[in-house]
Ligand binder design. Structure first.
Ligand SMILES: Cc1cc2nc3c(=O)[nH]c(=O)nc-3n(C[C@H](O)[C@H](O)[C@H](O)COP(=O)(O)OP(=O)(O)OC[C@H]3O[C@@H](n4cnc5c(N)ncnc54)[C@H](O)[C@@H]3O)c2cc1C
Ligand SMILES: NC(=O)c1ccc[n+]([C@@H]2O[C@H](COP(=O)([O-])OP(=O)(O)OC[C@H]3O[C@@H](n4cnc5c(N)ncnc54)[C@H](OP(=O)(O)O)[C@@H]3O)[C@@H](O)[C@H]2O)c1
Length: 596
């Protein structure tokens, strides 16, 4: 999973040897740090505007009120900026606001969805999820949490609902002012506004990706139905049908499992090696809390990649052998992973049948690349989404055909003024929500004049270093995710809020160990720097309690609890060691030396 950062930089990044964020990010941090003015929740900087000497930005347009938009409005307020958020629907939550109808054309999750990142690893960094919420949330609870956040930080009054951003264009004096003209529409009435900066928070998943051209016969011969997963709400329309699901992303996996309970037969067509991982890790803890640690990230850097790959494959295959199930082989070069606890059992019980790529469709069947053929009533394309920003003026939109054209996946580097930021257009091995909040914090710091971007030439150089030379065929879209810790740390470094583990080790060893060996939860980015939150330490030290709390609905007293055993074992070991040392004070120093 890990994306490697090179050489000494990586060591510094893993171990936080770098006392300054400058070396990694290349950004210059301003020295003046105002005293944090603690809010009700103990966080948030309200920066007096008179302090923003060289910043031209005051009014910020935030487009979209999903998780990225909410984090952006909050970060603007923290920096003393004036956000106005335009949301085309009537409510917050973005794709997490489930509705039965798909008529509005809005992308929303399906009814049965459960988050695949845990609450402790996905929450806003200064607002932990309620402790009685389960670790993995259905859409209703996640939306409830967003509502709590919006209410707590009084964000709603900055949002204009049922207002669509129709166009975002540079002002004629953009090269000096950096300003944008935003045209919006509310109830058929258009309005034009001038903003000093724009944060685009319209999400990664706006338009269904329906690659019909790759499926000969689907439009010309096939008499059955086909739909994209965006239209899917629940199983009803599929009862008793023979269904072919195309694509094994998280959606393809989830929907195959769900449909297997009511459909006559479910086939899942897969074109690339896929490893299946469970949300439940060792001892039943959430997988992301167990695996996404700075220690593991450090090991990833330290050990040869061939070895880490082997360890990973061994771990994946220790649950079930992916080759036997036709899913992935240890020879495959990619690490595409989906999260699904039930799919292996569906395969084992035959309620979902894996098939290779479809070669063509006939009137009533799908012919697969291995020559086999199956009668099919409905084809469900779980082929993912594409992003688009139709409201951005063409000259700006054309600057980024994929998110790798953006500096740090946020800023179009060619703009004369860095007053346009794309938030949430990133795919991570961990929570996108945490990544988006981190981006919003850094961006608003730049708008407010506390952080600066490097010169255009440096940004362009970094972008072209990271972007592949050859443009790929859209049907071979890369599903590349970046390492969660690498990316969030990189942005946190730019913002000057990356935790310094070595410094913590000297000042607060207990916390340092929790930060290094424990889950890399978002609170870590509130321990120091701008936006420091006084509750961050406690949130880190109590994250496991909040994880277990919702399971304590029936408490079992188990004397075999491993910790008790450890205490019991520790006592005799300590007594024996003490005895030996008292008998021979030099023993401790001579162990291992030849006995005379
Ligand atoms: C099915 C699914 C499951 C996922 N599960 C997880 C998970 O478990 N954990 C995780 O971290 N991430 C997950 N993700 C990633 C997901 O992208 C983030 O969780 C997050 O919801 C993205 O929020 P966003 O605000 O960037 O975009 P969205 O939630 O898409 O919000 C965009 C908002 O912009 C509004 N908008 C769009 N255009 C305009 C316009 N022109 N004018 C005004 N408003 C506009 C939309 O109405 C919408 O409200 C999942 C994604 C999908 C598709
Ligand atoms: N529970 C959850 O939290 C949950 C549930 C669902 C989705 N999600 C998230 O939502 C986002 C979208 O997920 P998604 O599963 O809808 O999309 P996705 O991750 O983009 O997966 C799309 C799938 O379609 C396949 N595909 C694309 N084009 C194809 C073609 N021409 N022929 C055959 N196969 C093709 C891809 O294969 P390749 O891999 O070979 O490209 C891939 O398997 C992801 O971030 C995902 O993590 C989360």
């Amino acid at each position: 999973m890990g994306v490697k950062v090179s050489g000494a930089r990586a060591v510094a990044s893993c171990l936080d040897f770098s006392l300054s964020s400058k070396s990694i990010a290349g950004e210059t941090q301003r020295k003046i740090q105002p005293k944090p003015e603690q809010r009700r929740h103990g966080t948030s900087l309200q920066v007096a505007h008179c302090l923003l000497r060289d910043s031209m930005v005051r009014r910020v347009a935030v487009i979209g009120a999903g998780v990225s938009g909410l984090a952006s409005v909050k970060s603007c307020l923290d920096e003393g900026l004036e956000p106005t958020c335009f949301e085309k629907s009537e409510d917050i939550g973005g794709l997490w606001r489930y509705t039965d109808s798909t008529d509005s054309g809005r992308v929303s999750v399906y009814r049965s969805i459960i988050t695949n990142t845990s609450k402790e690893m996905s929450c806003f960094s200064d607002f932990p999820c309620p402790e009685d919420f389960p670790s993995f949330l259905p859409h209703s609870l996640l939306l409830e949490y967003f509502r709590m956040y919006a209410q707590h930080f009084d964000l709603l009054r900055h949002i204009r609902f049922k207002t669509t951003a129709l166009s975002v264009r540079k002002r004629p004096d953009f090269t000096t002012s950096g300003q944008w003209e935003v045209v919006t529409e509310t109830d058929g009435i258009q309005e034009s506004h001038i903003f000093d900066a724009v944060m685009v928070c319209t999400g990664h998943f706006q338009e269904p990706y329906l690659p019909l051209a790759s499926f000969p016969g689907i439009d010309t011969h096939f008499k059955g139905q086909y739909i994209h997963s965006r239209e899917y709400r629940d199983v009803e329309a599929f009862r008793g049908k023979r269904v072919l699901v195309i694509g094994i992303g998280n959606t393809g996996g989830d929907l195959s499992v769900e449909l297997s309970r009511v459909a006559a037969k479910v086939f899942l067509s897969v074109r690339s090696s896929t490893w299946v991982f469970s949300r439940i890790s060792d001892h039943g803890f959430p997988f992301d809390m167990v695996n996404t640690t700075r220690f593991n990230h450090f090991l990833d850097w330290l050990l040869p990649s061939a070895l880490t790959k082997r360890i990973r494959f061994w771990k994946f295959n220790s649950w079930f052998n992916h080759k036997n199930y036709g899913l992935a082989s240890t020879k495959s070069s990619n690490f595409k992973i989906i999260i699904n606890e039930e799919l292996p059992f569906c395969l084992l019980s035959g309620t979902v049948v894996l098939k290779p790529k479809v070669k063509a469709f006939t009137e009533s069947s799908a012919v697969f690349e291995d020559g086999t053929e199956q009668n099919i009533d409905v084809v469900l394309f779980a082929t993912g989404y594409i992003f688009s920003f139709p409201f951005l003026e063409e000259s700006v939109r054309s600057l980024f055909d994929d998110n790798r054209s953006l500096y740090k996946r946020i800023f179009p580097p060619q703009l004369e003024k860095p007053t346009l930021a794309i938030i949430g257009l990133v795919q991570l091995t961990g929570s996108v929500m945490v990544g988006a909040e981190m981006q919003a914090r850094w961006v608003t710091g730049i708008f407010a004049g506390w952080n600066k971007l490097p010169p255009t030439s440096r940004m362009m150089a970094e972008v072209s270093k990271k972007k592949p030379q050859v443009k790929r065929n859209p049907s071979e879209r890369e599903n590349l995710k970046m390492s969660f810790i690498s990316y969030t740390d990189e942005i946190a470094s730019c913002a000057g809020v990356k935790p310094n583990v070595l410094r913590l080790l000297l000042t607060d060893p207990r916390l340092a160990l929790a930060v290094f060996f424990g889950p890399c939860s978002p609170y870590q980015y509130r321990l120091m720097g701008r936006g420091k939150w006084s509750g961050a330490r406690d949130a880190i030290l109590t994250q496991w309690q909040r994880t277990l709390k919702p399971l304590r609905t029936r408490v079992v007293d188990d004397p075999s609890d491993s910790w008790h055993w450890m205490y019991l074992l520790a006592l005799p070991v300590a007594l024996t060691a003490g005895l030996l040392l008292s008998k021979s004070p030099r023993l401790g120093w001579t162990l291992g030396a030849p006995q005379l």
